[in-house]
Design a protein around this ligand. Structure first.
Ligand code: ATP
Ligand code: MG
Length: 633
């Protein structure tokens, strides 16, 4: 496995043998007859004829060897709680939840919507669903009623599992009123709502519909619920994309392929061995939470940390204190969280013993070089950027097999991961760009490897039309990201295809300009968008957040700094990339998963309607930009 190129080649050319070998990492109730059925492209079926169960592989399978080992470590700096569940205890809790769901009428193939904060019961609910062959649809806790209502109508859940409240920065966020309103708005009505009462806030109960989990748990304290063996292709869950580029898409995931892909990724990408501790700082509402808080670490026989709280509360060292305390070996976070830490004192990271940590993995957004360098120096550990999507469920680009880790190139999420036939295509002709340094659309030749989306939930047509029809005369999966590959096979993501800026005929990724601006020592983060311009077609506009906003006291200070930033871009990329304006703001508009909403900024700059904003974190961030560019008359 030292020669990664050969390993990757084999995963594609010897596809079935390669994946049959990986499939040994999980238990099969009935062996599969065919590794991959791609007779009806672009729909791929993995491990056809096989029967397995995700919850069995994540939980029950480990009881013989590691029943007393930590499975789920729950830490909340919001409620000051730490609860540890061994595999044996997790097994018991999941069965209590599974029995409850069954009592409330949930059957194989039914959907259960999970609208929960980061509490262990959310994990139990997810695992309980896959245990009984029901599909979970986790909706990020705290989403507004309207977005929740749309998801209720899409999933048509038999039961909704929820809680009284979440908590953020010490402030209680009541969920129940949002949920009640969402159910009122939705056409579909769930039979039951199962409430986990954390005791954070009082809530109203709807007679005959709302059930109390604590009493059901008592009632099923000793109930055993066997795993329901399902076809490898049986859907395990649906989950929405972040909604950065528009209306979120409902991704449908299978069972067998997902289990195999995640199990393999633990040893080949995330370098975490059975018995070790994995810490992903994501939320269960996102794909990273599904794959790398819940399923992959448990499939791998690891302990997983589920953290409720902010990265800087009680102080900026809180994550690193957990690394020390639980001897975390692999940690997974997002560039946006590192940028939050970057505004703090790097000494906080040095307070703790991080010797157990092998690497920090980051994904979700471009990892700019200054941020990568900052965290690498602060931690003294390898930083591994990986690139993927809700749709794929696990990395498309990364460094694999450990040996490659030493060879990371800052600014690049590495090479094509085994199983992925990644191509760069000319967006107009669909022609493959083979030369180093050519920019194109990042695409994946079918079949998508195990673990990737099966289809759009209840909408095969949308799956084909959205993902497989963008390149003329060719059936290929488009990521809608824009990238470049160097002579060593390392990819660089330059931004979304929607965000490419065309200045007087020059094509520029927003990422390139953002990278350059963020190398200015005073800049913490920045968003660049292309704005329509009569003369040049488009011009770049930049909105930057400063590490220390107090450096700008007057208009003149802002203009001076703007000039400095422009000069920097001129030097690094040339005058063609220079933004028309660089404005300074307190925060940038992001989705709740921490992604920059460039399309919304762009729409505001062009005085258009910003479109679907149901996933926005803080609407005032967009308002601030609106106020800046349309000064009061
Ligand atoms: P939507 O599809 O609803 O518009 P989204 O694309 O943000 O939302 P996600 O699936 O959460 O939904 O995000 C995947 C996208 O995030 C990728 O297509 C890419 O644009 C970006 N991304 C993820 N990881 C990286 C990375 N390491 N480097 C650069 N970009 C990344
Ligand atoms: Mg997307």
């Amino acid at each position: 496995m030292t020669d990664y190129a050969e390993f990757h080649r084999r995963s594609l050319q010897d596809r079935d043998a390669f994946w049959a070998e990986q499939a040994k990492l999980i238990d099969w109730h009935k062996p599969f007859e065919q590794v991959c059925d791609y007779s009806r492209p672009p729909f791929a079926k993995w491990f056809v004829g096989g029967e397995t169960n995700l919850c069995h592989n994540a939980v029950d399978r480990h009881l013989a060897t590691r029943a007393d080992q930590n499975a789920l470590i729950y830490v909340s700096t919001e409620t000051n709680q730490e609860r540890i569940y061994s595999y044996r205890e997790l097994h018991a809790e999941v069965q209590r939840m599974a029995a409850t769901l069954q009592s409330l009428g949930v059957k194989k193939g039914d959907r259960v919507l999970v609208y929960m904060p980061m509490v262990p019961e959310a994990a139990f609910a997810m695992l309980a669903c896959t245990r009984i062959g029901a599909l979970h649809s986790v909706v990020f806790g705290g989403f507004a009623s309207v977005s929740l209502a749309t998801r209720i109508d899409d999933a048509e859940p038999t039961v909704i599992v929820s809680a009284d409240a979440g908590s953020r920065g010490g402030k209680v966020v009541p969920y129940k009123p949002l949920l009640d309103e969402a159910i009122r708005l939705a056409d579909h009505k769930p039979q039951k709502v199962l409430m986990v009462d954390r005791g954070l806030v009082a809530f109203d109960r709807v007679e005959g519909r709302d059930e109390d989990y604590a009493s059901w748990r008592e009632c099923h304290f000793k109930t055993e619920v066997p795993c329901e063996w399902v076809e490898a292709t049986h859907p395990s869950y649906t989950l929405y994309t972040s909604g950065t580029t528009g209306k979120p898409k409902g991704v449908q995931r299978d069972t067998g392929g997902y289990a195999v892909a995640l199990a393999a990724s633990m040893e080949k990408i995330y370098l975490c061995k059975p018995g070790e501790t994995f810490f992903s700082t994501s939320d269960i509402g996102w794909v990273v939470g599904h794959s790398y808080i819940i399923y992959a670490p448990l499939l791998g026989g690891c302990a997983t940390i589920m953290y409720e709280g902010l990265p800087i509360r009680p102080d900026a060292a809180v994550w690193w204190s957990l690394v020390e305390k639980y001897k975390v070996t692999s940690m997974f976070s997002a560039p946006t969280a590192v940028r939050v830490l970057k505004k703090q004192d790097p000494a906080a990271l040095k307070k703790h013993d991080l010797s157990s940590l092998r690497a920090l993995f980051l994904a979700g957004e471009p990892l700019d070089e200054p941020t990568a360098t900052w965290i690498a120096e602060a931690l003294g550990k390898p930083i591994i950027d990986n690139y993927w999507q809700t749709e794929t469920g696990w990395p498309i680009l990364s460094l694999c097999n450990g040996v490659e880790a030493a060879k990371s190139k800052f600014g690049s999420p590495g090479k094509a991961v085994y199983g992925y036939d990644v191509k760069l295509l000319d967006e107009h002709s669909g022609e493959e760009l083979k030369g180093a340094g050519q920019k194109g659309v990042v695409a994946i030749e079918g079949p998508l490897p195990p673990g990737c989306m099966q289809t759009v939930w209840r909408d095969d047509k949308r799956f084909v039309n959205t993902y497989w029809s963008s390149v003329p005369s060719r059936l290929v999966y488009s990521t809608f990201d824009w990238g470049i590959r160097d002579e060593d096979g390392y990819f660089f993501i330059l931004g979304r295809t929607d965000d490419v800026i065309n200045v007087a005929g020059h094509r520029l990724g927003t990422r390139e300009i953002e990278e350059s601006i963020s190398s200015h020592p005073k800049v913490a983060e920045v968003a660049v968008v292309g704005v329509a311009d009569n003369l040049k077609g488009q011009v770049a506009m930049a909105f930057a957040v400063l590490k220390d906003p107090s450096v700008i006291a007057t208009e003149a200070d802002a203009l001076k700094l703007e000039g400095e930033v422009m000069k920097l871009v001129d030097e690094q990329l040339g005058a063609v990339a220079r933004p028309a304006r660089v404005r300074f703001v307190a925060t940038l508009p992001k989705t709740r998963s921490g992604k920059l909403l460039r399309r919304a900024i762009q729409a505001v700059c062009e005085a258009r309607d910003p479109g679907d904003l149901t996933t926005i974190e803080d609407p005032t961030a967009l308002q601030q930009i609106r106020d800046l560019i349309t000064p009061a008359a």
